[in-house]
Design a protein. Structure first.
Length: 78
């Protein structure tokens, strides 16, 4: 799952908490804006798998997805 920390209506940390209650092992990639390290560090306690800073190259997102795909200990809900 790719999750942005800044969303209309509900912030990404709230969504991340809900995800963890429903699917604790779901891999989550957080998109974060430059300078939002405080929110990123808070989300670390909720088991974020990867962080990708906005203004990113699609190659960076692809690399993060490839790392998730290659991690045998992560399971996804089906």
């Amino acid at each position: 799952m790719v999750l942005d920390l800044k969303m209309p209506g509900m912030d990404g940390l709230t969504v991340l908490q809900q995800i963890r209650h429903l699917i604790p092992t779901q891999p989550v990639i957080i998109l974060t804006g430059p300078g939002h390290q405080s929110q990123s560090s808070k989300s670390g306690s909720w088991g974020v798998t990867e962080y990708v800073e906005k203004q990113f190259s699609l190659h960076l997102l692809g690399d993060a997805l490839n790392r998730l795909h290659a991690t045998p200990t992560l399971t996804t809900a089906g």
